[in-house]
Design a binder for this molecule. Structure first.
Ligand SMILES: [Zn+2]
Ligand SMILES: [Zn+2]
Length: 134
């Protein structure tokens, strides 16, 4: 997918929080679930993930919202930018792709929770699609 040992930086809108991803992306996907729609205030949320040990905060501290038991949604307490998604049962640490300095760095391959998709969102037929999570 990417060169060995790459890193990708990103952060929130106001710049208070900066993060770095080390190592390759484990996946990139669009999530259409209602929680993600609300969390980002948009039709769907696009995530890119790395192994949890490959996520590093460079500056600032994320505020955390537990949207479900065991789920941690990270955001900036100053500007409100949604930044991350992590769960107790998850093997990956996901960040909102649009918060990367280069959001094109990871190319989404999959749509998940299509069962909750808004009717005005048109899916890219070339991507895999799952009613919930595969
Ligand atoms: Zn901020
Ligand atoms: Zn979701």
């Amino acid at each position: 997918m990417t060169a060995p040992n790459p890193h990708h930086d990103g952060g929130c809108m106001c710049g208070a929080i900066r993060y770095r991803l080390h190592g390759p992306f484990t996946y990139s996907a669009h999530c259409h679930c209602r929680s993600c729609q609300r969390a980002v205030g948009a039709g769907f949320a696009t995530y890119s993930a790395v192994a949890p040990d490959n996520f590093e905060i460079l500056q600032g501290e994320m505020a955390i919202y537990h949207s479900s038991p065991g789920v941690r949604r990270g955001f900036c307490g100053t500007c409100g930018t949604s930044l991350s998604y992590a769960g107790d049962d998850w093997t990956d640490y996901a960040i909102l792709s649009a918060t990367l300095d280069d959001p094109s760095a990871a190319r989404p391959t999959t749509n998940v929770y299509v069962s909750e998709k808004q009717p005005w969102v048109v899916l890219d037929e070339r991507l895999r699609a799952y009613p919930k999570f595969p």
